[in-house]
Design a protein around this ligand. Structure first.
Ligand code: DC
Length: 249
């Protein structure tokens, strides 16, 4: 992820606007989808191919969850959770994430933190608290943003919106491998159960539920490799007659 936290070079975008396709605004590609659909990996690769910035919006919800745990804030105290989201002192550097000066790159990937993130993400004040911060990632030459509501709420004017799906078994297997590769213990049956619960919560919440934008293009990656999925996104981008930087305008 690009280091954008508090970066002064961020294009002045008022948190109340919806950047991504206005005149002079950096182009945005959104990649939304359920947990472990491969969004993060694909978004990072597409951003690298295009030389653009990348936003892993789920990391912000995970950081909020981690911050709550550190500060002893309970899920019932919505105002305190929203304040924790608003006041996150985070820094993204390459594939590392720092909070309050600590490297929390591995800590935020724990399933316990992901499950808590899913619960706090259902709270409207928390989503509001993170909205402007997410929009500040939109900088030239462009942004690839991944999450659940990138195409519907955060960047509704994005030029290309991808909805990335994969069947739940493939996703659980991928997540299991990812966690083990990071040295985090993982168990497939419990991952499957957690994933189904998280999918249901992300899809059924009242605010910014996980749903494809009306103008999104769906890619099913169940039987695609990462390379094939990345190429599918880049092909869609090219088919819009948009190559690289601001050519999409
Ligand atoms: O993509 P992820 O697993 O890192 O996201 C963690 C949780 O954050 C996920 O369960 C739902 C929530 N989330 C969200 O509600 N909106 C986003 N744009 C990104 C993530």
């Amino acid at each position: 992820m690009t280091n954008l936290a508090g970066a002064p070079s961020v294009i002045a975008i008022d948190g109340s606007t919806a950047p991504g396709d206005g005149a002079g605004m950096p182009p945005v590609i959104t990649i939304d989808g359920p947990t472990a659909s491969g969004k993060g990996t694909v978004a990072a690769r597409v951003a690298r191919e295009l030389g653009w910035h990348v936003l892993d919006s789920g990391a912000l919800y995970r950081l909020t969850a981690l911050s709550m745990e550190k500060r002893g804030i309970g899920v019932d105290d919505v105002a305190a959770v929203a304040a924790a989201a608003r006041d996150l002192a985070v820094d993204f550097s390459g594939d590392r994430v720092w909070m309050d000066g600590d490297d929390v790159s591995v800590a935020i990937r724990q399933e316990r933190i992901g499950a808590l993130a899913s619960r706090v993400a259902a709270m409207p004040p928390v989503r509001d608290a993170l909205l402007a911060r997410q929009r500040r990632f939109c900088r030239l030459p462009g942004l690839v943003a991944d999450g659940r509501d990138m195409g519907t709420v955060v960047f509704p004017a994005a030029r290309l919106k991808v909805f990335l799906i994969a069947d739940v078994e493939s996703r659980a297997q991928r997540r299991c491998k990812q966690l083990k590769a990071k040295g985090i213990s993982a168990n497939l049956p419990s991952l499957l159960e957690d994933m189904r619960a998280r999918d249901a919560r992300d899809r059924s919440r009242e605010v910014a539920p996980l749903v494809a934008a009306a103008d999104a293009r769906t890619i099913d990656s169940s039987n695609l490799s990462v390379d094939e999925t990345v190429n599918a996104v880049l092909d869609l981008w090219s088919s819009l007659g948009a190559q690289g930087g601001a050519a999409a305008r």
